[in-house]
Design a protein around this ligand. Structure first.
Ligand code: MRU
Length: 350
């Protein structure tokens, strides 16, 4: 498979011609680079649930476009069945309810929906709601890319000139509007002339590290080496690792951070080996309503994700399965949180 390609990866785009949300199907990677067209809110919601699109900021952006899609479709009804403004608003509000039920942990989903709701509130008497909501969704998208680039510049300063980094899950361009959070820091560090070598955890059970991060970095000509999650301790003991950098799904007021299951364990291992542990996330990942990590809801996903490995069942049905998708890294284990508004060190005050 020849994957080197300089084309900027876009997990989510809006197609003006088709009036639809286009999603890179991340379930098919790295075997196939295929795209899914969502022309209804239900299709967009399903795509978030089934992880066609995943990664906290990308989920938020997809949901924002999902609201714009609701307005487009409501305006079609206006033409077809003379739907009035109240009826259109009802359809759009149903879209908010549906999209909010897709995934519980990534707070960017709710931040984006709240922003779209505020926009709707301001413009509810405007007859061309789709234009206004689409502009807002596009703004959320472009701001995310700009934030990642700024975060990248700030995070790059923390890394030595010749850096060996361990990362977990995928916090790359395809988990965001573009550029990436954790992987964005690595991209910016390389752009600043630093030499970057990356170890990627495979990230069970859905292998975002193996299928997505290793693919995304190799495609971008990074020196990347894959390890299984259980190899991280041995890696830190036997090789020079300068830092662990991961993304986040939700950060509480005290700095406790929810991210892909396995991140907490990695933070414990990093602390034990004196390796700096960095979180890179935009301000939209901060949840000021969560005092600590205990206030963060942790998604539990389908047992089948663990029972069936690449379409082959390898666990007997009689065995119970526990499949939390995220864990919380206590703030004591975090060296710094890199955001577009600055790098925060303990004690965390955002
Ligand atoms: O279940 P996923 O693949 O959506 O989980 C993604 C992660 O945990 C990422 O690290 C996080 O969303 C940050 S993405 C910039």
């Amino acid at each position: 498979m020849d994957i080197n390609n300089n084309k900027m990866l876009q997990a989510v785009t809006w197609d003006d011609e088709q009036q639809a949300v286009i999603l890179l199907d991340q379930r098919a990677l790295p075997d196939a680079e295929r795209y899914i067209i969502c022309s209804s809110v239900e299709q967009a919601a399903n795509a978030i649930e089934n992880m066609t699109v995943r990664g906290a900021p990308a989920i938020g952006i997809a949901a924002a476009y999902g609201i714009a899609l609701a307005a487009v479709n409501a305006e079609r009804l206006e033409i077809e069945i003379s739907a009035n403004q109240d009826y259109k608003l009802k359809i759009i509000n149903q879209a908010f309810d549906r999209l909010a039920k897709t995934r519980p942990t990534a707070v960017n989903l709710f931040t984006a929906l709240e922003r779209m709701k505020a926009c709707l509130e301001r413009s509810k008497n405007n007859l061309k709601l789709s234009n206004i909501l689409l502009e807002e969704a596009k703004l959320i998208h472009s701001e995310d890319i700009a934030n990642n680039k700024r975060m990248g510049e700030l995070g790059a300063e923390l890394l030595p000139d010749d850096a060996v980094i361990l990362t977990h899950c995928n916090a790359g361009a395809i988990a965001t509007g573009g550029h990436g959070t954790a992987l964005g820091v690595l991209r910016s560090a390389r752009d600043a002339g630093k030499k970057i070598k990356v170890y990627a955890d495979e990230t069970r059970p859905l292998f975002q590290g193996a299928r997505l991060t290793a693919w995304e970095l190799a495609r971008d000509n990074f020196d990347v080496t894959l390890i299984t999650d259980s190899m991280a301790a041995a890696l830190m003991k036997s090789k020079k690792i300068d830092a662990v950098i991961v993304g986040a799904d939700r950060i509480a007021k005290n700095g406790d951070t929810a991210n892909k299951i396995g991140t907490y364990g990695l933070s414990v291992i990093a602390k034990a080996h004196g390796v700096p542990f960095y979180i890179a996330a935009p301000f939209t990942t901060l949840d000021f309503k969560a005092e600590t990590g205990a206030d963060i809801p942790i998604e539990e996903r389908s047992e089948s994700e663990m029972r069936i490995l690449i379409n082959n069942q390898h666990v007997p049905d009689s065995v119970k399965v526990w499949n939390p998708a995220f864990d919380v890294t206590p703030h004591e284990n975090i060296t710094a949180i890199i955001t577009e508004r600055g790098v925060f060190f303990p004690p965390f005050k955002f």
